[in-house]
Design a protein around this ligand. Structure first.
Ligand code: KE4
Length: 435
């Protein structure tokens, strides 16, 4: 494939944008090579500025469950835009989307819209701290909740020592209030509560992790989080920015039957436009300004175009055939990819939940970030590029999940699996070090 225009575009972008991208994962640093610059996309197909077409499994990292440029979404956005793009005043579209979100996620009694998942998780944590009057938060290694300071923290030397900043610019003061525990370590959670219980404002978790790659909870993990938060009066926050409306109409909390106190949302509820949201128990949400004292605000929160895109997207998911179809498609991808990797004797773990899929190039089980990091990232990089050369756009990192949509057909998945077989044949035939 020819990528000359993307290569030139990347050099130009790097002169005016740090790293040439507006979000780091897009720079292909984890897989090497030059990111493809996108010209357009439709359905499950992405086309770059050199005219190369790809079956897309990134799908903008999750929002596009109805596919790129879905006609219903485009029409809704176009119609809204012709009536103005932003008012800084309430609109009925915000109420309509709030009512639809609440109808799909029973644990949410009230919801506040913002403009990104990062805003949603930052605000949910501030609200939990304001509601409880406590400072500490528990998060889990490998889970990503956006780039809010409180979440860019790694585990300290010992599981119960203060966290350490994951990035320059984050203060010791912030790190001190974040406790980092291994995902799936239920005993570790109880130990932390035994030590800090009355100081813990919240536990925040990706109930199915997408940001390590797809990592699933062991049977005792989510119930332990629920029980510990109930026992100590802490707020359980399910970060469903990625999994909300993705793995089930009501997200992981519907599939697993665990009720969080707050839920953060994003991606799908914006249908590709900037939206985040957080919501949950009415007694907690009532503490939010202007009803309560916990301040939170946003110029473009509830933006009319984003509300229109979100409404069109969620309405497109109301057909009862949609989720069973997506579940089957996700399974077809995961099982098929596992068969191909087995055929090429590649140790791996593959999984799917709804239309969220993932595979690790390491033997299993993968239950936490330590397991995930055993993956053969060099092989993943070579596989990624061999697939890109064959018209399949996977996540440009081993530590991300993949996403299908209602626009992906069985034949698109089957073609992807054929290309995976050819890609691995090429990878193992090529001299090491080439990609
Ligand atoms: P945003 O601020 O990027 O809208 O959302 C942050 C966020 C919060 N919580 C979860 C569970 C998330 O997955 C995300 C963002 N996901 C990444 C994908 N790994 C966005 C891609 C990117 O950073 O460019």
């Amino acid at each position: 494939m020819n990528h000359a225009k993307s290569e030139a575009a990347f050099e130009r972008a790097k002169r005016v944008i740090p790293g040439g991208v507006n979000s780091p994962v897009r720079a292909f640093r984890s897989v090497g090579g030059t990111p493809v610059f996108v010209r357009e996309a439709n359905g499950c197909m992405l086309v770059d500025i050199d005219g190369n077409a790809y079956i897309d499994y990134v799908m903008s990292w999750g929002p596009l469950i109805l596919g790129h440029a879905n006609p219903l979404v485009i029409a809704a956005v176009r119609d809204a835009a012709e009536r103005g793009t932003s008012f800084g005043a309430p609109t009925e579209a915000e109420t309509e989307l709030a009512e639809l979100v609440i109808s799909m996620v029973p644990s949410i009694e009230k919801v506040r819209f913002c403009s990104s998942g990062t805003e949603a998780t930052m605000s949910a944590l501030r609200l939990a701290r304001g509601f409880t009057g406590r400072s500490k938060v528990i998060k889990f290694a490998g889970c990503y909740h956006g780039h809010g300071d409180a979440f860019l923290i790694s585990a300290g030397s010992g599981a119960l020592t203060n966290g350490v900043p994951d990035s320059p610019g984050i203060t010791e003061g912030v790190a001190r209030d974040t406790i980092v525990i291994d995902y799936n370590d239920a005993q570790g959670v109880w130990n932390a509560f035994a030590r800090y219980g009355e100081e813990i404002a919240a536990v925040i978790v990706e109930p199915y992790v997408g940001n390590m790659g797809l990592v699933l909870p062991l049977p005792d993990f989510l119930p332990a989080l629920r029980a510990a938060c109930t026992r100590y009066g802490s707020v359980l926050i399910f970060d469903e920015v990625m999994t909300g409306f993705r793995v089930a109409p009501g997200g992981v909390q519907e599939r697993e039957g665990i009720t969080p106190d707050l839920t953060t949302l994003g991606k799908i509820i914006g249908g590709g436009l900037p939206v985040g949201a957080f919501g949950g128990r009415g007694d907690i949400m009532s503490r939010l300004s202007p009803e309560g004292p916990v301040y939170q605000a946003g110029t473009l929160s509830g933006n009319p175009l984003a509300m229109a895109a979100g409404l069109a997207t969620l309405r497109g998911l109301q057909n009862p055939k949609v989720y069973p179809h997506l579940e089957e498609l996700g399974l077809r991808f995961a099982l098929g990819m596992s068969e191909v990797l087995t055929r090429h004797s590649v140790p791996h773990v593959a999984a799917s939940r709804g239309s969220m899929v993932g595979f690790f190039l390491t033997d299993g089980p993968v239950t936490n970030v330590t397991d995930a990091k055993r993956s053969d990232t060099a092989l993943y990089g070579r596989f990624f590029h061999a697939m890109l050369d064959r018209g399949v756009y996977l996540a440009p990192s081993q530590f991300e999940a993949g996403f299908l949509s209602t626009a992906h057909r069985q034949l698109d998945v089957d073609r992807t699996l054929e290309m995976a077989d050819a890609a691995l044949t090429a990878v193992f035939a090529a001299p090491r070090g080439s990609h």
